[in-house]
Design a protein around this ligand. Structure first.
Ligand SMILES: [Zn+2]
Length: 127
């Protein structure tokens, strides 16, 4: 895959994420009117879910932006931790990956101890 193709792929993903984020925001802003007390819990639950999804989209958007930056500087496809090239297979699956599989797995293990919320990249590592 050449740089131009990667850039196109990342730009498409970027658009998609921006639309997701915009869509969620629009949904949250829709006036709901008075909510019966019984419904309150489920409304809060829905808001929590879109908040989570929004967070994940924001995190991925940041990764995509960083990947586009690295494409510009010629650092794309190099693991930020060990500076080895990231495998083409991984970049095909996750074009915005910034760590190779061994480093990613090592970090996921470390993060699992510290952070109960899954980081966007950790979720994508298993896609
Ligand atoms: Zn590495």
């Amino acid at each position: 895959m050449n740089n131009e193709m990667v850039q196109r792929q990342l730009s498409n993903k970027r658009q998609e994420l921006l639309m997701t984020i915009g869509g969620i925001r629009a949904g949250v802003m829709t006036p709901k009117g008075p909510v019966a007390e019984d419904d309150q819990a489920s409304v809060e639950h829905e808001e929590f879910i879109s908040f989570q999804r929004n967070n994940l989209s924001h995190a991925t958007l940041r990764l995509v932006d960083e990947a586009l930056d690295r494409l510009e500087t010629g650092e794309y496809g190099i693991c930020l931790a060990c500076e080895e090239p990231i495998s083409a297979k991984r970049l095909n699956a996750v074009p915005w990956a910034k760590h190779c599989v061994p480093c990613q797995e090592r970090m996921a293990l470390m993060e699992a101890d510290m952070r109960p919320m899954p980081a966007a990249e950790r979720v994508q590592a298993f896609m």
